[in-house]
Design a protein around this ligand. Structure first.
Ligand code: HEM
Length: 361
């Protein structure tokens, strides 16, 4: 598609595949918005607004700027580094269990477990609720791009309302969100619930897929796995290349606030723009030999975490979790065989790229 029809229209949806075009759109939030509630009918918008405000991903400035700066400090690489010892402890324990087991599934035994446990601890919710989270997270991930799942959002909002404690001095994210203040403004209950929901949706399945996709790519390239075991300093390069080559988030959307033209196609106000990040990440104009997995490549400006004002807030956390998971896995597992996943094992989503299972032989 990138070569034959880099921009094509299907009804009011414009599909866009090239790196430079997508970069231009993501960098221009004034004209290309993600505030989709503005396009919903009043009834649907009112139902959604009843319990949560839109997540920051679906807001334009100025509200986006305010909310992002209120929560941003919890997600800087420096704040995230504080979790490194705990993430390592969890990763080591999970990998150890895999080594002990006769038949294990990388997805359910490692790549799913690590992000959900980390974010649960960060949010301050008990591990015993992790099954409910998995269910919610799966439901919302499946609903992405297919319209909002209001029932699940209500259930989640009710759950998080009960956790809000305005007098708390705890160090978890819900406590911090309940008490954080900027220019005399605190987050409302709806904003806290909306943000907690976003963290679950945005952070779990994506990081799970990153870890699984990395292990699958290393299985395809045993020579790189050997290098990685000898020289763990190449692991961050493996993580970046997995993000580029098997991007966990394959696409995102904006809508146009203006009549304009993109790549020779006329764009009308309110047209929806489907931006294929996974395709941009293999664009030969930017990535030489983009169809091959090469953690040593120099050009690392992939778009797996988006670009512009909505650049992924959780990128430092996702990178840290994936790096630690690969470090611990490669330390404990000298070599491995897997059952190659079939297309049916792909997760059921138009947006996410990953696998439901990855069995070690
Ligand atoms: C935004 C990808 C992990 C929280 C985004 C966007 C992408 C993305 C592509 C931008 C979407 C757009 O512009 O429309 C990923 C990938 C991840 C990952 C590939 C893992 C490999 C996480 C984690 C968290 C997180 C672990 C938090 C726990 C967010 C938030 C936003 C976001 C809050 C919205 C930022 C804003 O609108 O300002 N992510 N993400 N993500 N991500 Fe991630």
């Amino acid at each position: 598609m990138r070569k034959s029809s880099p921009v094509y229209r299907e009804g009011n949806m414009i599909h866009i595949f090239k790196y430079k075009t997508i970069s231009r759109i993501l960098s221009d939030h004034q004209n290309f918005s993600s505030q989709f509630r503005d396009l919903l009918g009043e009834e649907m918008a009112a139902m959604l607004n009843e319990k949560t405000t839109p997540s920051i991903l679906l807001l334009d400035p100025p509200l986006h700027t305010t909310l992002r700066s209120l929560v941003g400090s919890a997600f800087t690489p420096r704040s995230i580094e504080l979790f490194e010892p705990r993430i390592r402890e969890l990763a080591r324990m999970l990998v150890h269990a895999i080594v002990e087991k006769e038949n294990s599934d990388v997805v359910s035994d490692l790549s799913y477990q690590l992000p959900i446990r980390v974010i649960s601890e960060m949010l301050g919710v008990p591990e015993s609720d992790s099954e409910i989270f998995r269910d919610w997270s799966d439901k919302l991930a499946t609903s992405l791009g297919r319209g909002p799942d209001i029932e699940t959002q209500y259930d989640m909002a009710d759950y998080f309302y009960k956790k809000i404690d305005r007098n708390s001095n705890g160090n978890n994210l819900i406590s911090r969100l309940s008490t954080v203040e900027m220019d005399g403004r605190k987050l409302s209950d709806k904003e806290i619930a909306g943000f907690a929901i976003l963290l679950l949706v945005a952070g779990n399945e994506t990081t799970t897929n990153l870890i699984t996709n990395a292990i699958l790519s290393l299985y395809d390239h045993p020579e790189i796995y050997d290098d990685m075991r000898k020289t763990p300093s190449i692991i961050p390069g493996v993580v970046e290349e997995t993000l580029r080559y098997r991007s966990p988030v394959q696409s995102t959307r904006r809508y146009s606030k203006i009549d304009t033209e993109i790549g020779g196609e006329e764009i009308l106000k309110n047209d929806i723009l489907a931006l294929y990040l996974g395709s941009a990440n293999r664009d030969e104009e930017v990535f030489e030999d983009g169809e091959s997995f090469n953690p040593y490549r120099k050009e690392k400006r992939h778009m797996a975490f988006g670009q512009g004002i909505h650049f992924c807030l959780g990128a430092p956390l996702a990178r840290l979790e994936a790096r630690i998971a690969l470090e611990e896995f490669s330390k404990a597992v000298p070599g491995f065989e897997i059952e190659k996943p079939s297309p049916d094992d792909r997760i059921d989503s138009d947006i996410m790229y990953g696998f439901r299972k990855l069995n070690l032989k």
